[in-house]
Design a binder for this molecule. Structure first.
Ligand code: PLP
Length: 294
């Protein structure tokens, strides 16, 4: 069976703001070799999950897209146009229980002496199978990100916490985890505070409390974590956004890496030391995340 793939080009209008949507062929080349998305990773993106045709956490993703654009001094994206693009792709993927859409805004084509005209596109396809990660869990290693937890305040030009196209570091970290026999990573700041995964937010359970590190530490504010925290009282849990140290993860009653497409993956070991997998709560969280309709 061929996997359905859909592509829309989001065309920039005056001032660089997105103004219209054009259907395009996902299997055909579309990007110029001069586009700084390709040559410098200079742009932003969002990846959303689509549940049976419904984009999940759509407004939160659009708001974060605009936030990343501000952090990179990109033109303010016209969120109504981007929303339409996501909804159009979601409708095309409505026959699938789980799909995803990625929206990308690049600074565009760099020509000498001319302001770059931003390039935008939205691509959607069916999600892969995550049953093993969602039930058995993932083995993680702690890796030093080499940045202090106050990096956002001291060095905003490092763009910590923006969702930029420069994910080569995040991919390299996962390869390092695999070399160490693990699946995934929790980054640690150089002052030894827990941060996030390369494509996920860390959530720990301590008794009746779910906790996650503050995004002031230069981490991406997670939409999945936000939805889980908003729902926590239905599982009898309170929530806290607090600094966490590596020892807090080892001592946690359970932990998860949570993200839009994979949802909640329980952490089953940290640097080779086993952690309890809370199977009932994991199943409840994933059931809740899959069932979201906005
Ligand atoms: N942190 C990073 C660095 C990410 O790339 C992602 C998602 O890809 C997340 C956290 C989780 O964010 P969300 O739950 O909005 O998918």
């Amino acid at each position: 069976m061929t996997v359905p793939q859909h592509l829309l080009l989001v065309v920039a209008g005056p001032g660089g703001a997105a103004s219209s949507i054009v259907e395009a062929e996902a299997g055909h080349p579309q990007l110029s070799v001069l586009d700084v998305a390709a040559t410098r990773g200079d742009g932003i993106f969002e990846t959303l999950s689509i549940g049976a045709g419904h984009p999940q956490a759509l407004q939160a993703h659009l708001d974060r897209f605009a936030r990343s654009a501000r952090m990179l001094d990109l033109p303010v994206p016209d969120l109504a146009v981007w929303r339409d693009a996501v909804l159009t792709l979601a409708a095309l993927l409505a026959d699938h229980d789980e799909a995803w859409v990625k929206i990308v805004l690049s600074r565009g084509i760099e020509l000498p002496g001319a302001a770059a005209l931003p390039t935008g596109w939205a691509y959607g396809t069916v999600s892969p199978e995550f049953r093993r990660e969602r039930t058995e869990g993932v083995d993680v290693v702690l890796l030093d990100r080499g940045l202090r937890s106050d990096v956002s305040a001291t060095s905003p030009w490092l763009l910590a916490g923006a969702k930029t196209l420069s994910y080569a570091v995040n991919r390299a970290a996962v390869r390092e985890a695999q070399r160490r026999g693990a699946d995934d990573v929790v980054f640690v700041s150089s002052d030894r505070l827990l941060l996030e995964g390369p494509t996920s937010t860390l959530v720990v359970r301590r008794g009746d409390e779910l906790a996650t590190p503050p995004d002031a530490f230069g981490i991406l504010p997670g939409t999945t974590q936000a939805d889980l925290f908003a729902a926590a009282d239905q599982w009898g849990l309170t929530t806290a956004v607090v600094p966490l140290a590596p020892d807090d993860l080892g001592a946690a009653d359970a932990a998860w890496l949570v993200s839009s497409v994979r949802h909640a993956a329980p952490v089953r070991s940290v640097d080779g030391t086993a952690l309890e997998v809370d199977a009932p709560l994991t199943a409840a969280m994933n059931g809740f995340l899959r069932a979201r309709r906005s």
